[in-house]
Design a protein around this ligand. Sequence first.
Ligand code: PBG
Length: 336
Amino acid sequence: MLNFVKQNSQAIKMHIRPRRNRKNAVIRNMVEETNLGVEHLIYPLFLQDGKGIKQEIKSLPNNFRWSLDQLLPEIDSCIRSGLKQFVLFPAIAEKLKDKVASHSYADDNFYLHVIRELKERFPEIVLMSDVAMDPYSSDGHDGLVKNGEIVNDETLIILGKMALAQAQAGIDILGPSDMMDGRVGYLRDVLDENDFTNVSIMSYTAKYASAFYGPFRDALDSAPKSGDKKTYQMNPANKREALLEAQLDFEEGADMLMVKPALCYLDVIHLLKENFNIPITAYNVSGECAMVYAASQNGWLNYEATMSEMLLSMRRAGADGILTYFAKDFAEMVKR
Ligand code: PBG
């Protein structure tokens, strides 16, 4: 019987056996195609005016609204874990919101103050902003609402003022997330005319009208007061349209193109990576991270393994950089 089995297995001829390249960890590491490190990650932080504030976001556990004094030690601890890239979002008091988002470029806007302070105290970090009206808009939309319509060109003028104020405060990268037509070129002109040729634009290029932004809107209290964002954000059914958006942003001078959300849109990340020779980034949005937090709190998924696999999949799809709420946990995991 033994003889028979042996003979038989010797008879199986296979020249190509993929498992040989997986036979031990050294070989597996040598042939690994995708790498993921803390240098690829950008950490989103929510800011609030005031003192002593570190308020957890209910639908996004372990993420907080920070006042500047509480944020400083947090940034310090991120840097010690090797994490040096941040994207900042402001939660604005309701009474400061208006139709035209005027507080976004007001002298006493705390968001601009935080940018200045952080750049001064931590010169080695890279800061990215959000350019869109929604945190400052009494309508909760990314653009100016007139007779129930989100008007494009008048919004650009407001975004230009907001972007210039952020550049003056010392931001490294502008992140226009509004999806108005022509905004990248318009903002590039505003920057260049004011001698901010060194300020980069990471454009939210293929930003979809997604259900995965819920926890983010909770964090900022920024949900639209009426209607939805489907007249400016992209239809989740569309992929070729992402190429058009990417071509426009590229020609208008974007330095990097972002796809958002990431997890359900890996095909779009891949498509842009294949077609454009500038860095592609992905936004692993609040709802995607919330799913992992919830499942792991229930003991249904292993947190570190799941989030690492998700981030790796985005890198494999073609993302150079990833905006993710997992950034700090990932950095600390790697450090251990
Ligand atoms: C707003 C903006 C949104 C996000 C980033 N910038 C929400 C929206 O478009 O409604 C979502 C990010 C996330 O869900 O983590 N311009």
